[in-house]
Design a protein around this ligand. Structure first.
Ligand code: NDP
Length: 328
């Protein structure tokens, strides 16, 4: 079968399209004919070695990349119940979906409803589940909360704005370009800041009459984190969930105290998707919101599997406006 693998950490050029053996189906697993593989920022971290020491997201070399997919069940392992051959499923947080076939633990798979397209289901698994746990679990957004969402026109960003709005928040989004500002507004953001041109903290303080935000969702990391912490209200919450601009090496405890005794967390999605019950509950909410017309999934571009390196360049080059997929 065809797969995109890496033998060493590096830039997009290390992605190699090659023939590899079909995965075996172990007990507890489904083998899936992959229709779409999601391209996510975590693939960049796994490709460039940023997660080389992670225990949560292991990166043994060589490896097939890809942490999200959707397709049809092709083979069923021992001890698996509740799935049938040919059934449509979607999953995330399993390495190896940049391939025509993937072996996936059955407990990580959710059935895709008949009236939902596989590309949409795929797009909801990793970025959608992330936006879900950020607004429902890491910080439970309440009506009236002021939420700052960085990179608001991104894959996670667009879903995060919409879910925060559904929970009754006022959303302040930051974006890199005027075209992205239009997208963030269309998702429901109440205020949009071009953070490459302005000090977003000044704007957050002005918009909140000096109080600060209840929660800042920061996926940008190095370029924004200190201003994010200082944009919070007293005892607000900074959720730093990514590092698109570079990893943050340290936050001094006194910095949190001086910002108003604020809280800081750096979550992994895997810790909010620990069993089938959590995974299915989040998927059910997300699929239901899409079907009910309350959540819009923006699929920006679909690349051929062989063009995975180009998809990575687009993502890292800040040139994407929503979900990037590989059609396998
Ligand atoms: P995005 O679609 O959000 O793409 C990244 C965006 O980050 C860019 O489009 C850009 O938006 C912004 N950005 C700011 N500075 C830079 C920079 N120097 N280089 C590149 N991009 C920059 O990607 P995803 O939706 O896939 O992921 C968003 C973030 O969420 C990532 O950091 C990812 O690691 C994180 N994440 C974390 C999870 C978790 O559980 N911890 C799970 C899933 C995702 P703009 O031009 O508007 O600034």
């Amino acid at each position: 079968m065809r797969a995109i693998a890496i033998d060493r950490f590096g830039g997009p050029e290390v992605l190699d399209a090659r023939e590899v053996a079909m995965p075996a189906v172990d007990a507890g697993q489904l083998r899936v004919r992959v229709a779409f593989a999601g391209v996510n920022y975590i693939d960049v971290y796994m490709r460039n070695g940023a997660y080389a020491r992670s225990h949560t997201y292991e990166t043994p070399l060589p490896m097939v990349l890809g942490m999200e997919g959707a397709g049809t069940v092709d083979a069923i392992g021992m001890d698996v119940q509740g799935f049938t051959i040919g059934e449509r499923v979607a999953w995330c947080i399993v390495r190896g979906s940049y391939a025509t076939y993937a072996a996936v633990p059955a407990w990580r798979c959710v059935p895709v409803p008949d009236d939902m397209a596989l590309d949409v289901a795929c797009a909801l698994m990793l970025q959608g589940s992330t936006a879900h746990y950020l607004t429902h679990s890491a910080w439970r957004v309440r009506a009236g909360d002021v939420c700052v969402v960085h990179a608001g026109a991104g894959g996670v960003g667009q879903l995060l704005i919409q879910l925060a709005k559904l929970r009754g928040a006022t959303v302040i989004a930051t974006v890199g370009t005027p075209a992205k500002a239009v997208i963030a507004r269309a998702c429901g953001a109440d205020h949009v800041i071009l953070y490459r041109e302005r000090d977003f903290r000044d704007d957050v303080m002005r918009i909140t009459n000096g109080r600060g935000a209840d929660v800042v969702y920061d996926s940008v990391g190095r370029d924004t984190i200190h201003a994010s912490i200082r944009s919070l209200r007293t005892r607000g919450m900074c959720v730093m969930f990514g590092a698109s601009s570079g990893q943050v090496e340290a936050i001094a405890p006194l910095e949190l105290a001086e910002a108003g005794s604020v809280y800081f967390t750096r979550p992994h999605l895997a810790d909010y998707m620990q069993d089938a019950t959590q995974i299915r509950a989040r998927a059910q909410d997300l699929f239901g919101a899409v079907k009910g017309g309350n959540l819009r999934v923006a699929i920006d571009r679909v690349f051929a599997l062989a063009d995975a390196a180009e998809a990575h360049r687009v993502l890292e080059g800040r040139a994407s406006h929503g979900k990037l997929l590989l059609a396998t």
